[in-house]
Design a protein around this ligand. Structure first.
Ligand code: SF4
Length: 947
C-alpha cells in the first residue's frame, strides 16, 4: 500500500491546522473507502475496507476530534483515531479518545431502559420501554409546570458535552432547574477570573508564549489535557520557559523548567509577591494598566479596614502605582517563601521572567489550588493580576478570556427566560456563588427548603463523585424529597443504583452535540455525530431516531428531550412545543438533523462559504469533516476589548463623563479609552476590575482588591507530630475519566490503583513502607488504602487520586466489573455507614475474551465518601483539601474499608454554612448582582426578591 502524503491544510488562524508532525493519516478524499491490510491476517495481505466518519470525543471536556473507522464488511466501528482536520486536537488524542471503542463494545453496558421494581437502592430492575419512561416523566413535569412548581424540576449535569442545548430545553419549559457538578470542580477558579473581567475561564495562547505559568497539573490530567498540552510543548520548542506550581510532581511538572511545590493554599501569597516584584522593579506594562484597569474607581473608593480610603492620594496613575506597592507591601518574597516553602530567590527569579515575557506571558489554573482551598478563588484572581500587570490579556502568547476563543452558534427560536428563581440552586447564603450550590442539595432537601418532583442526573454520579456521598444516598432513597429520579447515563454508576429509571445514553460516537472549547487562539466548532446512523443514511438506509442505529435501544439525549417536550405539551397550549417544532416545516416535530442544519446554515460565520467551495451544504460539510474553524476576519480572537464600537451601536448611547462608561437603553455597552469608544470587558466598569465594588457591596469589603486568604489547611493548622497531614485529593491519573472509565478496559489496564502518596520522611515518621496499608482519618470517617512512598510529593502532604475505588453492590449488576469491587455498604446499628470489599476485581466470562484476562485485583479505594462538604463562603466551591490523620492500618482494617458518620457530616456542613454572609435584605432587593453570569439565567425580574 502506498503511503498518502498529507495535505497541508492551513487553518485560518495561520496555524497548520492538522498535519504538523503527523507521520500519516488518511486524506479526506479517501475517507469513503479507506483500505488497509488486516494486521491479524499477516503475513497474508488481506485488504479491509473502511468508511471513515468524524465525530468528537466525549471522554473529557476538551472535545477532540475522532475518526470512526467503520468496517464495510461488518458495518461496525473497528476503531477510533484522531481527526487531523479538527483545529483543537489536530489528529492527536490522549489514551481516552481511542478507548471509546471499549465503551461502545463493553459487554456490561446498559442497552435498554431499566425501571426499578424493588425499593430504591435494592437493585431490582426490569426492562421497560422508552414510551413508558417518556409518559411517566411528561406527566410529572407537566403537573409541576401547570401547578406553578417550576422549581421542582431539576436537571443535574456532570459532563455536559454540548453547548447550550439543555439551557434551551429548560428555558422552553420555563423552569429554573439547571444544576451542575461545577462546585466540586471549577467554580472557585471561575470566580477569580470572573470578578476581574466578567468572563470566567482562561484561554492561554501557549504556543506563542515566552513564559508559561501553570498552577496545577490539570492540563495534563484532565482539563484540555491534550489540545493545550501539545501547545505547551510547541511553546517550549520555540523557547518558552515553563513553571508549574503543584505540591505533587505531576507529569506536567516533570516537563517543566521549574517545579514549584508550594504548600497548598499559599499560591496566592506567592503570586502577589511576584506581582509586587513586577511593580517595584517597574516591569509592568504601564500603558496597559493605565488604559484598562479601573484604577480611577479604586482611588475614588473608600476601602474598609485595613485600607482606610485614600483621601490624601492624588488621583493620578503614578499615585495609583505607588499606592499599589504600599498596599502589597507585606507580600515580600520572604513572606511568600515562609508561607509556601519555596525559596525567595526562585520567587523573584520567576517574577522577573514573567515581567520580561510581557505580553507573551501565558498562565492557567483550573482545579488544583483553586479547588482545594478556602479562598481558592484568590489564586486565580492573583494569577490574572500577573496577566494584567504584564498586559498579556488576549495578546499573542498571552491569556485571553475564554469567550474570545470559543464560538457557540445560536439555535433557532430562543425561549424567553423564566421568571422563577430556585433557591435550592442559588440560596441566599451564597449570593456570589459562581455556580449552583450543588453539593448542598442533600442538606437543603433534608432541611425542607424544597423538594424535587422530577430529577434527572445526567452523566453525573454524586454518590461517588461528591463529598459525603452517603448523605446523597440518604437523599436519593427518600421518596418525599425526590419523587422521581432518572439517571441518564452511558454507563452504570453508583448513583444510578438509587434511581427509579436508568436510561442508557450514547457514547461519543452515538449522539449529536455541538462543542467549542478554548484550546488555543482561535474559534472552532466540533460536531459530535452518531457515526453508524450517518453510515446507514449514506448507504440508503433511512433512520428516524438515532437509537435505531445504536446498539440495543440507546437513545441520544437531544432526541429524548424533543420527545419529552412534545409529551409535556402535546397540544402546544403551554407554549413549550413551539420550540421543538421544525424551523423548516412549521407545526411538525423538529428532527435532530434540522436542529443542527439550521445552526450551520444561519449561525456559523464562514461555514456556508467554506462548504460551497466544496459543493457541500453546511450540514454536509460538518458531517464530512466534523469540525470548522471560523476565519479570524469574521471572528477575531485577540484584544477584543479594544474593538471600537460602531456608529450603529453608539446610536442613542450616553457617556458618563466621570467613569467613561457608555450606556444605551440602560445597559453598559462599552467604555471611553483615550477618546475611543471601546467594547471593553463585560464588567460593571467595562474595565479590568482590580477593585471590585461587587465584593465590597455584597458583604466582602475586605476582598475588594486581590488578596491572600489563609486556607483552612494552612501550615500552622497541621501538626505532623500528632500524625496530622494535609490530604490532597484533587488530582487524577491522566488515563482515567470520571465515572465513564468504568467501561474502558484499556484504561483500567493502565491505571487501576490509587495509593496514598507519602514522602519518604513522612513515611518513616508514620512507620509505613510502599504497599503497607494506611488509615486516613478525616473529620467524618476514614478509609484504608495502600501507601506509596515517593519523593514526588512535598513533605507534610499525602495525596490520593480521586478516579478509582469504584464499587458495586451485586455480583452481576451495577458498576462494570472491569472497574469495581463488590462491596457491602450500609449503616451499622450505631448509625455509621461502613463499606467493606467482599471481593476485588476478578476476571469474568463475557463476549469479550479480554474479560477473562483481567489481572488487576484491587481497583483502588474510594475516598470521597469520607469527606465532609466545605463550601467556600464566597465562591461556593467545595474546598477539597483537608487535614487528616495518617497512620498504619489498625488491626482488622482491610484494603478498601470506608467508614462515615453522616451526623458529623451535617455538623461540618453547618459550620461552613455559618461562614457565609447571606444578603437577604438588600435595599435593591437583588438576590445576586445582575452583571454576574449564571449558567442558566432567569429573567431580570427573578433576580429581585418579592418577599
Ligand atoms: S483530551 Fe479529552 S477529548 Fe481529547 S482525546 Fe483525551 S479524553 Fe478525548
Amino acid at each position: 500500500m502506498t503511503e498518502i502524503p498529507l495535505q497541508q491544510h492551513i487553518a485560518p488562524s495561520g496555524e497548520q491546522m492538522t498535519v504538523r508532525d503527523l507521520a500519516s493519516c488518511p486524506p479526506p478524499e479517501r475517507w469513503h473507502d479507506w483500505v488497509e491490510y488486516d494486521a491479524k491476517a499477516w503475513p497474508r495481505k488481506v485488504e479491509r475496507h473502511y468508511e471513515i466518519i468524524p465525530t468528537v470525543c466525549f471522554n473529557c471536556e476538551a472535545a477532540c476530534g475522532l475518526l470512526a473507522y467503520i468496517d464495510k464488511e461488518t458495518g461496525r466501528v473497528k476503531r477510533f483515531e484522531g481527526n487531523p482536520y479538527h483545529p483543537g486536537s489536530r489528529g492527536r488524542n490522549c489514551a481516552k479518545g481511542p478507548a471509546t471503542i471499549n465503551q461502545v463494545n463493553d459487554p456490561e453496558r446498559i442497552l435498554y431502559p431499566l425501571k426499578r421494581v424493588g425499593k430504591r437502592g435494592e437493585g431490582k430492575w426490569v426492562r421497560t420501554t422508552w414510551d413508558e419512561v417518556l409518559d411517566t416523566f411528561a406527566s410529572k413535569i407537566r403537573a409541576a409546570i401547570v401547578e406553578g412548581r417550576r422549581d421542582e424540576v431539576m436537571y443535574h449535569v456532570g459532563r455536559p458535552g454540548h453547548d447550550g442545548y439543555m439551557e434551551r430545553v429548560l428555558g422552553a419549559w420555563g423552569v429554573d432547574g439547571h444544576n451542575s457538578h461545577t462546585n466540586v470542580c471549577s467554580s472557585s477558579a471561575r470566580f477569580g477570573y470572573h470578578i476581574w473581567c466578567g468572563i470566567d475561564r482562561p484561554s492561554p495562547d501557549h504556543a506563542n508564549a515566552r513564559f508559561i505559568l501553570l498552577i496545577s497539573s490539570h492540563l495534563e490530567t484532565g482539563h484540555y489535557f491534550n489540545p493545550q498540552a501539545q501547545r505547551i510543548i510547541e511553546g517550549k520548542m520555540k523557547g518558552a520557559k515553563l513553571a508549574v506550581m503543584d505540591p505533587r510532581l505531576s507529569n506536567t511538572a516533570s516537563m517543566a523548567d521549574y517545579w514549584l511545590p508550594t504548600w497548598p493554599g499559599s499560591e496566592a501569597a506567592v503570586l502577589l509577591a511576584m506581582a509586587r516584584v513586577i511593580l517595584v522593579e517597574k516591569l509592568y506594562n504601564r500603558e496597559y494598566l493605565r488604559r484598562w484597569v479601573n484604577w480611577q474607581e479604586f482611588l475614588a473608593a473608600s476601602l474598609p479596614v485595613p485600607q482606610t480610603g485614600f483621601p490624601n492620594v492624588e488621583q493620578t496613575f503614578d499615585c495609583f502605582v505607588e499606592l499599589l506597592i504600599d498596599l502589597y507591601d507585606e507580600y515580600t518574597p520572604a513572606f511568600a517563601a515562609k508561607e509556601s516553602g519555596l525559596s525567595e530567590e526562585i520567587i523573584v527569579d520567576i517574577a522577573r521572567q514573567i515581567g520580561h515575557a510581557g505580553t507573551a506571558f501565558a498562565a492557567h489554573t483550573w482545579r488544583a489550588a483553586t479547588a482545594g482551598n478556602l479562598g481558592g478563588w484568590q489564586v486565580s484572581r492573583a494569577l490574572w493580576f500577573l496577566s494584567v500587570l504584564t498586559g498579556s490579556i488576549g495578546t499573542p502568547g498571552g491569556t485571553a478570556p475564554n469567550a474570545w476563543n470559543k464560538f457557540v452558534p445560536a439555535p433557532f427560536r430562543k425561549p424567553s427566560p423564566t421568571e422563577v428563581w430556585n433557591e435550592l440552586l442559588f440560596p441566599p447564603e451564597y449570593p456570589l456563588a459562581n455556580y449552583e450550590m450543588s453539593i448542598l442539595l442533600p442538606y437543603f432537601l433534608r432541611e425542607g427548603r424544597g423538594k424535587l418532583a422530577a430529577y434527572f442526573t445526567r452523566v453525573y454520579n454524586p454518590v461517588w463523585t461528591n463529598p459525603d456521598g452517603t448523605s446523597w444516598i440518604e437523599a436519593l432513597t427518600n421518596e418525599q424529597q425526590i419523587e422521581l429520579h432518572a439517571a441518564l447515563t452511558p454507563v452504570w454508576s453508583e448513583t444510578a443504583w438509587y434511581a427509579d429509571y436508568v436510561l442508557p445514553m450514547g457514547m461519543g460516537s452515538e449522539r449529536h452535540d455541538l462543542m467549542s472549547q478554548e484550546t488555543h487562539a482561535a474559534r472552532w466548532i466540533g460536531f459530535r455525530q452518531p457515526v453508524l446512523r450517518v453510515y446507514k443514511e449514506r448507504h440508503g438506509e433511512p433512520v428516524t431516531f438515532t437509537y435505531q442505529a445504536n446498539p440495543g435501544e440507546i437513545w441520544e439525549e437531544d432526541e429524548f428531550w424533543i420527545e419529552l417536550s412534545w409529551r409535556i405539551d402535546p397540544d402546544g397550549s403551554l407554549g413549550i412545543r413551539t420550540y421543538f417544532e421544525s424551523p423548516y416545516h412549521p407545526g411538525q416535530k423538529l428532527t435532530i438533523e434540522e436542529y443542527y442544519r439550521w445552526m450551520f446554515e444561519n449561525s456559523v460565520p464562514g461555514l456556508s462559504a467554506a462548504a460551497a467551495k466544496e459543493n457541500l451544504t453546511p450540514l454536509e460539510y460538518m458531517r464530512t469533516y466534523g469540525a470548522f474553524e471560523i476565519p479570524q476576519e469574521q471572528a477575531p480572537v485577540y484584544t477584543l476589548n479594544e474593538r471600537e464600537l460602531k456608529a450603529a451601536e453608539l446610536e442613542g448611547a450616553l457617556v458618563d463623563e466621570r467613569t467613561g462608561r457608555i450606556a444605551r437603553n440602560g445597559t453598559t455597552i462599552g467604555v471611553m479609552i483615550d477618546g475611543k469608544a471601546c467594547e471593553g470587558f463585560p464588567t460593571p466598569s467595562r474595565k479590568l476590575e482590580l477593585y471590585s465594588s461587587t465584593l465590597k457591596d455584597w458583604g466582602w469589603p475586605e476582598y475588594a482588591i486581590p488578596g491572600y486568604t489563609r486556607s483552612h489547611v494552612h501550615r500552622s493548622a497541621i501538626n505532623h507530630e500528632r500524625g496530622e497531614y494535609l490530604l490532597l485529593p484533587t488530582f487524577r491519573l491522566p488515563t482515567l475519566i470520571h465515572t465513564r472509565s468504568g467501561n474502558a478496559k484499556w484504561l483500567y489496564e493502565i491505571s487501576n490503583a490509587n495509593p496514598v502518596w507519602i514522602h519518604p520522611g513522612d513515611a518513616e515518621r508514620i512507620g509505613v513502607e510502599t504497599g503497607d496499608l494506611v488509615r486516613i482519618t478525616t473529620e467524618i470517617g476514614y478509609y484504608v488504602n495502600r501507601a506509596w512512598v515517593t519523593e514526588g510529593i512535598r513533605p507534610g502532604i499525602v495525596a490520593c487520586s480521586h478516579h478509582l475505588g469504584r464499587w458495586r453492590l451485586e455480583t452481576g449488576l451495577g458498576t462494570d466489573r472491569w472497574a469495581s469491587a463488590l462491596v457491602s455498604l450500609g449503616r451499622d446499628r450505631d448509625g455509621i455507614w461502613r463499606m467493606r470489599h467482599v471481593e476485588g476485581i476478578r476476571p469474568f466470562e463475557s463476549d469479550d475474551p479480554d474479560s477473562s484476562r483481567i489481572f488487576w485485583r484491587e481497583g483502588g479505594v474510594h475516598q470521597n465518601l469520607t469527606f465532609a462538604v466545605h463550601p467556600d463562603p464566597v465562591s461556593g466551591m467545595h474546598c477539597w483539601h483537608q487535614k487528616v490523620r495518617a497512620e498504619p492500618a489498625h488491626a482488622g482494617d482491610r484494603y478498601g474499608d470506608v467508614s462515615v458518620d453522616t451526623g458529623k457530616a451535617y455538623q461540618v456542613y453547618q459550620d461552613w454554612l455559618a461562614m457565609s454572609r447571606p444578603q437577604r435584605n438588600r435595599p435593591d432587593g437583588l438576590r445576586r448582582p445582575l452583571w454576574m453570569i449564571r449558567p442558566y439565567r432567569p429573567a431580570t425580574s427573578a433576580f429581585k426578591r418579592t418577599s
